[in-house]
Design a protein around this ligand. Sequence first.
Ligand code: FAD
Length: 248
Amino acid sequence: MSEFLQGELIERIDFSEDLGMFKFRIVGAQIPKFIPGQYATLGLEGEDGKIIWRPYSIVSSPYEPFLEFYIELVPHGKLTPRIWKLKVGDKIWIRPRIVGKFNLDTRAKKHLMVATVTGAAPYISAARTQRYDLENGKISEPHKFLIIHGASRSWELGIYRTELEELSKKVDWLVYIPTVSRPWEDTKWEGEVGRAEDIVRKYADQYGFTADETIGYVCGNPDMINNVKGVLKRARFPDDRIKEEKYY
Ligand SMILES: Cc1cc2nc3c(=O)[nH]c(=O)nc-3n(C[C@H](O)[C@H](O)[C@H](O)COP(=O)(O)OP(=O)(O)OC[C@H]3O[C@@H](n4cnc5c(N)ncnc54)[C@H](O)[C@@H]3O)c2cc1C
């Protein structure tokens, strides 16, 4: 087993029965090198002793001393029900190579980032990293992010809604729009309503994230990805300026 890293669960926050944050430290080794937008491959043994592996986008920044994930339980899935049983102190396997191409495309300075629920992970990593780089003088001119974060109900956005709302109040390079598609199940919600694809054009236009200056990113649920790609194409985004990461 030594070809794999071991992660020890150091913190877990459940946002609902089927969504949560999982934070792991790497046991006896460094965190593998990665850039925001990439994913780690996590594994746990199945009944036959074989490891079940699945990819998960990393929420944390490479500057942080842990790997953080935003995970949805797929009730009949092979791996996530096993992840749901983990308690602080329990271990998970992590492949030593962190990979993926869903990273910031720096051909443009504006980045329109659209996600369903856990699909916000790559954007949170990018925002945390840019914040660190600015605060530590590593960069002086920030990229502008417009993050549209959709969920059925607001609590599914978990701690990340608070984190991104607070950051967006402090800095001028981040606009964060959480949106809820089932407001009748979330009657106290006073924010934006509708699916991510219903509101993306409105906010892209309002904040000036136009096709000539912007890269579009879509991450998470495949139906949302297809719908948002259609919206962006109609807004004249060329194919090579739309990036996607399908989770299933
Ligand atoms: C690049 C990449 C990054 C990913 N990052 C994340 C992440 O940050 N957080 C996260 O929660 N997941 C992420 N995923 C999805 C993850 O890898 C697993 O597919 C998911 O956790 C289900 O695993 P499972 O073994 O429990 O279910 P499986 O046994 O693999 O799946 C059972 C069935 O459920 C379907 N399915 C899988 N996921 C979902 C879902 N979310 N909703 C509805 N149906 C689904 C599958 O298509 C399959 O038919 C990512 C996937 C990819 C490709």
